[in-house]
Design a protein around this ligand. Structure first.
Ligand SMILES: *Cc1c(COP(=O)(O)O)cnc(C)c1O
Length: 219
């Protein structure tokens, strides 16, 4: 039962870890069941699906965009999205800033790192993020707030490898925090861990886990 899973997470998760219930592909009824159990943060990976669900569900839900975001679709979510986990280029960040400004708001964002040993996943490497944070453009972006970083581990059973990747992300966070965000208390999130690896992620310092199939069943 979805409700029981949510209740279980509420009981076992440490206080400093936020649960993002990843509801992609799942019908609205499933989200309502999670909502009724107290869940308010939902993660979706497609703009159209997230927007459709936003329109019919209660307005106190916080919608997190967790999948690759195309610049031409930012405008659809800019009025209501509460966190974008998947900023993977300067171009995208500039577009989010532009659309946030049109909506007279500041949109919280995470910088997505490529930590997996796989070609297919989106994300920055460390040098690219340094370059971005030191660029003149970055300082002009008044309508975005970088509140942390996100990463996805490799799709593997090798726990040692997954742990190394999570530790890498945690190290990146520490270095960025001390170099660029020392006096910015908003920079505090490490979004890492999914159904198969969230326990390991929490051990490695995750503050935000993105869990889908464990809550809603297989897709
Ligand atoms: C689908 C998805 C998840 C959740 O995956 P589960 O294995 O079902 O928990 C987490 N993060 C991202 C970016 C996803 O696309």
């Amino acid at each position: 039962m979805i409700k029981d899973k949510i209740t279980e997470f509420q009981t076992v998760l440490p206080k400093h870890v936020t649960l993002v219930a990843v509801s992609k592909t799942k019908p609205v009824e499933d989200l309502i069941e999670a909502y009724d159990a107290g869940q308010r943060i939902f993660g979706e990976n497609k703009v159209q699906e997230m927007t459709a669900k936003y329109e019919v569900l209660p307005k106190d839900i916080q919608w997190h965009l967790i999948g690759h975001l195309q610049t031409n679709k930012v405008k659809y979510i800019a009025p209501f999205v509460s966190l974008i986990h998947s900023i993977d280029s300067e171009k995208l960040l500039i577009e989010v800033n532009k659309e946030a400004k049109k909506n007279n708001r500041v949109i919280p964002c995470l910088l997505q790192f490529h930590i997996a040993n796989e070609e297919t996943k989106f994300g920055f490497n460390f040098d690219e993020v340094k370059e971005l944070l030191e660029s003149e453009t970055f300082f002009t972006l008044q309508n975005i707030s970088i509140v942390g970083i996100m990463g996805m581990a490799s799709f593997t059973q090798d726990q040692t490898q997954i742990r190394e990747e999570f530790q890498t992300l945690h190290d990146y966070f520490q270095v960025l925090k001390s170099h660029y965000f020392k006096f910015n208390p908003d920079f505090k999130e490490i979004s890492m861990g999914m159904s198969g690896d969230y326990e390991l992620a929490i051990e490695c310092g995750s503050t935000m886990i993105r869990v889908g199939s464990t809550i809603f069943g297989n897709r």
